[in-house]
Design a binder for this molecule. Structure first.
Ligand code: SF4
Length: 753
């Protein structure tokens, strides 16, 4: 933190994606309209925090070196009163949400959770967390579920995001860390095959690593059904049919083997299971794979030439291959390609996952996942249970076992799950088959949501608890490199708001657990370090002071004298015998393929100026102007066949539901496929259509492919939103892509359960 002439600049990080770009937050007192002035009502009025804030460059942080995308640059907008929640909301007997005091709200939450547990058993109370929560919050939320509620049913929205890569990475290498190397290694490798990733839109500052690599003579191969802005910069773009990445990886492995490029020495010394992988690859000869994927054989040959001719090379995946009902097998097939070529476990080579949410990595390491305890320990492992129980001061036998995965938890609501505590997640927009999920949430006896803004999910709740934000509290995050970084508080928590750590402490006390729920983030982190010690994700040697001094510390870091581990697997993989495992999967079709009734593929994704469910970014005027609503991208040939012109309203319908949005014509997409971004609610909600078919191992839904039909319709009734956003003291959504704009009583009452 630096202070100069009444201005304080605090080193911190962006609140959004997994790159966790370093930024400064400059706060100046008495300099005009403060962030607590209500922009929606009286733009010039000073607020009770009469301080203006501005995001500034932090060029010394190595990952982004000062660069920020528009989301990061505008992140301070969500700190303003008039955009965020600044008082708890409690639903009255008339069905209307109204502002309430904290004691009243917390009493109701404790009573609601306890009543469901008493009436239906402990596992009838569910907890649903988020990949944007700090490590401290994720850790304490997991502990709250298992020690206070004593429910097995806790999971988080990261299950929708990276869990297939996590499962495949763990199976192959013995441990899952998004990237086993720092981002800087990408710039120095010789070839990257980037599968189902679009960093040009999702994390623009990361793009320089790829451009630097190409400038140094490296080659970039992009695999994507759309010619995205990333694909447009590639040396080679392979454009497979959605859901066929697994076949493509097997076809490439076939060519690699057939052309004699297997690194026999590496395979013999450092891997297990190649014979099975060779057998499955041999059954996927190039012409067969061309028929499945639509990728020409010669393009596959070119990709393999680039990959094997580079002295070092990488395969990086993102949501494209992962969000499939065979996501674990698909990622496994790409890992097999690296292993067979000897391009893993060596400097500047390997497989990595570009994780999505800000703390998608740390959020799954510290106990927010249904089957895991802190330190990446499995909840079914007796030794793991004993270790964590000792740190928590409870009997290991009192800890519940594994619970339901995210989607399974959500659709159990109103049946096996009677009360749900949601923290930092908006499944009404982000879950697959979202209309069904919304119905299930509405069937709960009791729903509580802790969040920064009145998201579509919060608008359904019985109680809404306003959370402090990234700039108002300390906390660590673990970025896509496995680098643990520190967000530092630059501002006080505003009146009416509490930190999530406060909320967990207050609820634990009300539910009879007086100790063990610290409200100071560093104190929680120190306990997390002890809980993780000896686990795969070992944070024991990481301290806040070290993070400040070292621009983050890479796990595993078992003691304070340990330098951290930027590069994994250089000597051995993290399996018991030190060898990597081939997955040897075989191709299978998506859970739902086009047919006469639903003849097209739908694939979903993100756009540059919005983030995930849009709960925050839809409230930022600059972002909302740049990307103000949903759309359906389709090829002009398809549009002509359907009689659809640019901007015409079209309905995309699947077996689950329908979304309506304006058509956007593009030659960058396959004519058999339409694309929708998933950031919006209401009529344009892409997840009304998506398929919740789950991967059998990771339980990750198949967001990336389902069968749909397309029709031109009369009009788009509402571009976005549920008509539930509100304009009242402390709560506002008007003008930020939500429509509605009625007062609290009317709007929330209408939108309630
Ligand atoms: Fe924030 Fe990600 Fe943009 Fe960086 S790339 S500024 S972390 S949203």
């Amino acid at each position: 933190m630096t202070t100069h002439a009444g201005t304080t600049t605090t080193d911190t990080h962006c609140p959004y994606c997994s790159l966790q770009c370093g930024m400064g937050l400059r706060a100046e007192r008495g300099s005009g309209p403060g962030i607590d002035s209500d922009a929606s009502k009286d733009p010039g009025a000073p607020g009770d925090r009469d301080v203006s804030v501005e995001v500034v460059e932090r060029p010394g942080f190595p990952v982004n070196r000062g660069a920020l995308c528009g989301k990061g640059q505008s992140a301070a907008e969500v700190l303003r009163r008039g955009v965020r929640l600044t008082a708890p909301l409690v639903r009255g007997v008339d069905g209307v949400l109204r502002e309430a005091g904290w004691d009243d709200a917390l009493d109701r939450v404790a009573a609601g959770l306890a009543a469901a547990g008493r009436a239906y058993g402990r596992d009838a109370v569910g907890v649903f967390g988020g990949g944007g929560l700090t490590n401290e919050k994720a850790y304490l939320l997991g502990k709250f579920a298992r020690v206070v509620l004593r429910t097995a049913n806790i999971d988080y929205n990261g299950r929708f995001c990276m869990s297939s890569a996590a499962a495949a990475g763990k199976a192959a290498f013995g441990v899952d860390r998004g990237l086993p190397f720092p981002m800087e290694d990408i710039a120095r490798t010789g070839c990257v095959i980037l599968v189902g990733a679009n960093p040009a839109d999702t994390m623009p500052p990361a793009l320089r690593y790829f451009t630097d690599m190409r400038a140094a003579g490296g080659r970039l191969v992009v695999v994507d059904p759309r010619r995205t802005r990333t694909a447009a910069q590639a040396d080679l773009h392979l454009q497979p049919v959605p859901g066929t990445d697994l076949a493509l990886a097997l076809g490439l492995l076939h060519l690699l083997i057939a052309d004699g490029h297997v690194d026999e020495e590496f395979v013999a010394a450092r891997t297990v299971g190649f014979d099975a992988a060779r057998a499955t690859a041999m059954a996927h000869w190039p012409e067969r794979v061309e028929r499945i994927t639509g990728v020409p054989v010669e393009a596959m040959r070119e990709a393999i030439r680039m990959f094997v001719s580079a002295p070092a090379a990488m395969v990086l995946t993102a949501r494209g291959p992962e969000q499939q009902s065979k996501g674990v097998d698909t990622v496994g097939a790409w890992i097999d390609l690296c292993l067979a070529a000897g391009k893993a476990g060596r400097p500047l080579s390997g497989y990595g996952c570009l994780t999505g949410q800000g703390n998608g990595q740390g959020g799954r390491e510290h106990g927010q996942k249904a089957d895991q305890l802190p330190g990446y320990r499995m909840i079914t492992d007796p030794a793991a249970r004993a270790h964590v129980a000792e740190v928590w001061g409870v009997d290991a036998d009192s800890l519940p076992g594994p619970g339901r995965s995210a989607y399974e938890l959500l659709i159990s609501c109103g049946e096996e799950i009677r009360a749900l505590f949601v923290m930092g997640s908006n499944p009404v927009v982000s879950a697959p088959n979202a209309a069904h999920v919304q119905t299930r949430l509405a069937a709960l006896d009791f729903l509580v949501v802790a969040d920064v803004v009145l998201s579509e999910t919060a608008a359904l709740a019985d109680v809404v608890l306003p959370s402090a934000q990234w700039a108002e509290e300390n906390g660590t995050m673990t970025n896509l490199e496995g680098r643990v970084i520190l967000r530092q508080a630059a501002l006080p928590v505003p009146d009416g708001v509490r930190t999530d750590l406060f909320t967990l402490n207050a609820l634990a006390r009300r539910l009879g657990v007086e100790r063990g729920f610290a409200t100071d983030a560093e104190e929680v982190f120190d306990e997390l370090r002890r809980a993780s010690a000896g686990g795969a994700a070992d944070y024991a040697g990481i301290t806040y002071d070290r993070i400040r001094a070292e621009d983050g510390v890479f796990w595993p870091c078992p003691d304070v004298a340990h330098p951290g581990t930027p590069r994994l697997f250089l000597d051995r993989f993290a399996t018991p015998d030190g060898r990597a495992r081939f997955a040897a999967p075989t191709h299978r079709a998506a859970a739902e393929e086009p047919d006469a009734e639903y003849p097209l593929y739908l694939t979903t994704g993100r756009v540059l100026s919005q983030y995930q469910s849009g709960a925050q970014t839809r409230r930022v005027p600059t972002l909302n102007r740049a990307a103000s609503g949903p759309f359906v991208e389709l090829h002009p040939d398809l549009a002509e066949r359907m009689g659809v012109g640019e901007g015409d309203p079209v309905a995309v319908t699947s077996r689950r539901g329908r979304a309506v949005a304006p058509a956007r014509l593009s030659r960058e997409i396959r004519p058999d496929t339409v694309f929708m971004p998933f950031h919006w609610a209401g009529e344009g909600r892409a997840n009304s259509v998506t398929n919740a078919a789950l991967d059998p191992v990771s339980r990750m839904p198949e967001f990336k492919v389902c069968a749909v039909r397309l029709e031109r319709v009369a009009k788009v009734e509402s571009a976005a939103g549920e008509g539930r956003a509100i304009a009242s003291d402390g709560v506002d959504g008007a003008g930020f892509g939500f429509g509605g704009g009625a007062g609290v009583d009317a709007a929330v009452g209408v939108g309630g359960r």
